[in-house]
Design a protein around this ligand. Structure first.
Ligand SMILES: [Zn+2]
Length: 273
């Protein structure tokens, strides 16, 4: 939830660009992989940046988002290129009353036909979080960080308890930044309604969820860059775990006692250690 003065459209476009550049810099969005969306519920006037308007049906009915403005990456666009030309890579969707339809605003320079194929998952998470928390701002990033995705191919890491107790042990800050740990969803075909449903359920309890053999989705109701940070925290933890595997497993990691002491000091509620 953000307080006034609210970020303006250009501030949001720049933040999405910076988050996209950051996700690419940590090798979590090769080629056109990954996508970003932001849902804001204060008035936005898109026509100065996105003058082309068309009516669209939304992929699902989202009555709670009536009046909201969504900024979302175009299908096939590269996250690293958003910052140089946001309006060529992003669309702006104003959700109409009833939540069945929207007005799709784009630029004359847009370089995509449709918005991201994961838009259904983005929209569903925005709607679910806004329904539960009433937030006026919500950001979602899907990324494909290499080490985390690799570990999701290893059977023992497909258990959420094993995954979390092994990843949250390498740096004191990890449990502070991800106190609910990482959610885990078994492999489901990208863009499907089954992935959408499992993803919503997991993001109710976590700030980031691993989609097995695919990547992650992270959310934030504070900033787009905060969601990108969550991708980086989780990927850094996975990188330590991978290093330890590659080095023969000699690293101790923080002990349960050490992690519990950190949590007492920083007043962190967690259930893994
Ligand atoms: Zn993907």
């Amino acid at each position: 939830m953000l307080d006034a003065p609210f970020p303006e459209l250009d501030d949001l476009l720049r933040s999405i660009g910076e988050a996209g550049r950051h996700v690419a810099a940590i090798e979590a969005s090769e080629g056109a992989a990954g996508n970003i969306s932001v849902c804001v519920r204060w008035p936005i006037e898109p026509r100065t940046r996105f003058p082309v308007v068309e009516a669209i049906d939304l992929p699902q009915v989202v009555p709670e988002l009536a009046g909201a403005c969504l900024l979302v990456t175009g299908s096939g666009r590269r996250l690293r290129e958003i910052i140089a030309e946001p309006t060529a890579n992003l669309a702006c969707i104003l959700v109409e009353e009833g939540g069945r339809t929207g007005r799709l605003h784009t630029s004359h320079h847009r370089r995509f036909e449709r918005v991201t194929s994961e838009f259904n998952s983005h929209l569903a998470v925005h709607q679910d979080q806004i329904r539960i928390t009433g937030t006026n701002f919500h950001a979602v990033i899907h990324a494909q960080p290499i080490h985390l995705t690799y570990l999701s191919h290893v059977p023992r890491y497909q258990d959420a308890t094993y995954l979390n107790t092994h990843l949250l042990r390498w740096q004191p800050e990890t449990i502070v930044n991800l106190p609910e740990g990482l959610g885990f969803v078994p492999f489901i075909v990208p863009g499907s309604s089954n992935l959408m449903a499992a993803n919503i359920e997991s993001l109710r309890r976590h700030r980031i969820v691993v989609w097995a053999k695919h990547g992650v989705m992270a959310r934030s109701d504070v900033s787009i860059k905060r969601a990108a940070d969550r991708v980086e925290y989780a990927e850094t933890a996975a990188k330590y775990e991978y290093l330890d595997l590659a080095a023969g497993g000699g690293g101790e990691g923080l002990s349960g006692d050490e992690i519990r002491a950190i949590c007492r000091t920083f007043d962190v509620q967690q259930s893994f250690f």
